[in-house]
Design a protein around this ligand. Structure first.
Ligand code: DGJ
Length: 712
């Protein structure tokens, strides 16, 4: 999987190759990333030589220039003027990185304090700047089966003075041309991860977050798809980060129509001091390529996340059907109300009861008490222990909501430690949802939270925790560190707190959340195997959100709930079956007041949950395909292929009169295999080339769900 022959390094997965060469002057050239290539010699692939206005390193009279060479880890200072991957603060801002040495390792060296993909064969290429004794180690891990290569960078300061990193990209990939479309997942709160496509043009384009979290606005994922690529055919590259903080993906098309993609920590508001003999690790970037179009690319990402990022007890386990009380009661609940909800939940077959926000301190609205992690005995008189026992006695597991990175100015914690929140000197501390952010770069803050959450998690039989985070950063500063280090140190502190608590409580199923999907990334998934996808629970809106999310993330990571109508976010009415059909293409939950439903609706829900449980392992872990995009018209369709069944979702959006018959063409079935559907038997080739017939129906926002049994 990792080869070094003469001056060529090549990495190979099942279907992809990544090839680099040490140039005549020691620079690491990028030769190829993409389809698997068996070629061993690349002599004809000479660096393109430019004369007019190009600079030539070493003044040796040759035409050699970095200006248009494809480079593996570009820096400023010696004839390359495109976006650099690494910048140090002046006076060390001129760099010249050349090859020094390499190691091929059977075991991956884990990153310092950062989550990353699991163990895999790894190549370290050491570059040095001889002038200033800087060592830059490029770390590549090869995931053969998943067709994924990861990259990270370690900067080692071998000088005798401090250096300050101002920009460190986790990956930088130079492409030979510019004929790509950039696809990214953008939106805002309650409208996360909508698919956006644009053609690359000369100049710089990109996405980023400067909010302290990976953000609702731009997910840390970018795809470059060859012109004309569809869901099934064409070259598609995916690139993402195992990181939950500020990030930037920048793409530059240069004057010679070459493309550079850099992705890493956002360089704005970032600087990091590295002392002599110390080192700094970048977060890990995850890269994949597929010639099988966007579905192929997504399936590689899904396999990588399922096999290499998710960990712990729930990695392969069917996820429980839950009832969350948030949209049922918001802050306005009593123990009696919770138990009444739990009664109904148990009756319909729910397995886990989740008590959301409002159970602690004086928290009867969002204006108070974050940080005061002790039970409000007025609302929960027998405490977490008593409540969890009562819930358990009904045959349900018990789960709890927390928002541990926050503090309300109206809280005991803030009164005692006003210096513990992120702030910049005497500047006003801007509130958002009436709250401030604890400074997790501080050890005592981490210890306080670990201690108090440990006490809470021990205080009853808690088997699930929803870890929320409801605002972006402002006034970034610290009394301990250079302001430019704070946000990265915040994320390192967050990961440390998550590491301790998830290791201390291995039986708890953790679900990440950030006002819905404001931090849907692999950094969180490394600690928490599922994430609340969006605060928008409307079944119709959810189609776009889940469709977009599936570009990078597998369905087993997406919390997805049936909620009340009219929907609380958009006031829309959708049928119970549409809400259920959409929700089962993530991890099914309910989030509505079951005590206010009719007996008929409760019976429908009971039947839904029963049907779901019998096939949920396949629904949650099967291979996911996008069939029809809701971003391209009124309809949407998805497919999940399991070992025994194939499942198909179809949404018809807004009804139109006298509508046409439509056909859903399935993917990747075995042509001669028989599949049964509603008493009829179809061959795989029929279903792929003619498709499932869908008759027109009246009514907006209707959905269909098909379960095809594989017969032989
Ligand atoms: C935002 C979350 O996304 C919601 O599901 C809910 O937990 C609220 N926070 C509670 O404040």
């Amino acid at each position: 999987m990792i080869k070094k022959e003469k001056n060529i390094f090549s990495l190979h997965t099942l279907n992809t190759s990544y090839i680099m060469r040490v140039s005549e002057k020691g620079h690491l050239e990028h030769l190829h990333y993409g389809a698997r290539i068996h070629q061993k010699h690349f002599d004809t692939l000479q660096p393109i030589v430019r004369k007019p206005w190009s600079g030539h390193p070493d003044n040796d009279g040759s035409d050699y220039t970095l200006e248009s060479m494809l480079l593996e880890y570009p820096v400023f200072g010696q004839t390359d003027y495109r976006l650099p991957a690494l910048t140090l603060a002046a006076p060390y801002n001129n760099l010249n990185l050349v090859f020094d040495d390499f190691d091929i390792l059977e075991d991956k060296v884990m990153l310092d304090g950062l989550p990353c993909g699991s163990n895999a064969p790894t190549l370290h290429i050491h570059l040095v700047d001889k002038h200033m004794k800087l060592k830059v180690t490029l770390m590549y891990s090869v995931y053969e089966k998943e067709d994924v290569i990861t990259r990270a960078v370690r900067i080692s300061n071998l000088t005798e003075h401090n250096i300050h990193i101002e920009k460190i990209m986790s990956t930088s990939i130079d492409f030979r041309d510019k004929d790509y479309e950039m696809i990214h997942l953008s939106g805002t709160w309650a409208r996360e991860r909508h698919v956006v496509k644009r053609k690359l043009v000369q100049g710089i384009q990109g996405i980023e977050s400067n909010r302290g979290n990976s953000s609702h606005q731009h997910n840390p994922f970018v795809c470059l798809a060859r012109k004309g690529t569809t869901e099934d055919f064409g070259d598609a590259y995916g690139c993402s980060l195992v990181y939950s903080g500020n990030f930037k993906a920048e793409i530059e098309v240069d004057a010679f129509e070459q493309t550079r993609l850099n992705m890493g920590i956002h360089p704005d508001h970032f600087t990091f001091e590295v002392k002599p003999n110390e080192s700094f690790d970048s977060p890990e970037a995850v890269m994949t390529y597929s010639y099988k179009g966007l579905n192929g690319m997504s399936q590689n990402c899904h396999a990588f996340i399922k096999n290499r990022i998710l960990r712990g007890k729930y990695k392969h386990q069917p996820r429980p059907v839950l009832l969350n009380n948030w949209e049922a009661t918001y802050f306005d609940f009593t123990e009696e109300k919770l138990l009444a909800l739990a009664d109904k939940a148990a009756q319909v077959g729910v397995e886990l009861f989740v008590l959301d926000d409002g159970w602690f301190g004086e928290r009867n609205n969002d204006q108070t008490s974050l940080g005061d992690w002790f039970v409000n005995m007025k609302k929960i008189p027998k405490g977490i222990d008593g409540l969890s026992k009562a819930i358990n006695e009904k045959g349900l597991k018990f789960g709890l909501w927390v928002e541990p990175e926050m503090v309300s100015p109206k809280s005991i914690l803030y009164q005692n430690h006003p210096e513990w929140c992120l702030h910049a000197g005497d500047r006003t501390r801007s509130e958002c949802r009436n709250q401030l952010i604890l400074d997790y770069s501080k050890l005592e803050v981490q210890e306080y939270i670990i201690h108090h959450l440990t006490e809470i998690f021990k205080s009853g039989n808690i088997e699930y925790v929803k870890w929320d985070m409801n605002r972006s950063v402002t006034e970034v500063g610290s009394t301990l560190y250079h302001h430019g280090e704070v946000l990265h140190r915040f994320i390192l502190g967050l990961y440390q707190v998550m590491k301790v608590l998830t290791e201390r409580f291995p039986n708890i199923l953790f679900e990440g959340c950030a006002g819905g999907g404001g931090r849907f990334d692999m950094g969180i998934l490394y600690y928490m195997p599922q994430i609340w996808t969006s605060d928008d629970t409307d079944a119709y809106e959810r189609i776009k959100i889940q469709h977009g999310t599936s570009f990078m993330y597998p369905q087993v990571t997406m919390g997805s709930h049936v909620s009340a109508v009219p929907n609380h976010q958009v006031d829309r009415f959708t049928s119970l079956s549409s809400r259920y059909h959409t929700a089962i293409f993530g991890n099914l939950g309910y989030e509505l007041d079951l005590t206010s439903l009719t007996e008929e609706d409760l019976q429908i829900i009971k039947a839904q949950i029963g049907a779901y449980k019998s096939v949920r392992s396949e629904l949650q872990y099967g291979t996911f395909y996008r069939l029809i995009s809701p971003f391209e018209g009124n309809f949407a369709a998805w497919q999940i292929s399991g070992e025994q069944n194939v499942y198909v979702y179809y949404s018809r959006g807004i009804a139109s009169p006298n509508d046409s018959i439509r056909y859903i063409k399935l993917k990747d079935l075995k042509p001669k295999t028989a599949y049964s559907l509603n008493g009829e038997v179809y061959t795989g080739d029929y279903l792929m080339h003619i498709g499932i017939t869908v008759l027109p129906k009246k009514g907006d926002y209707g959905t269909e769900f098909y379960q095809l049994n594989i017969l032989d």
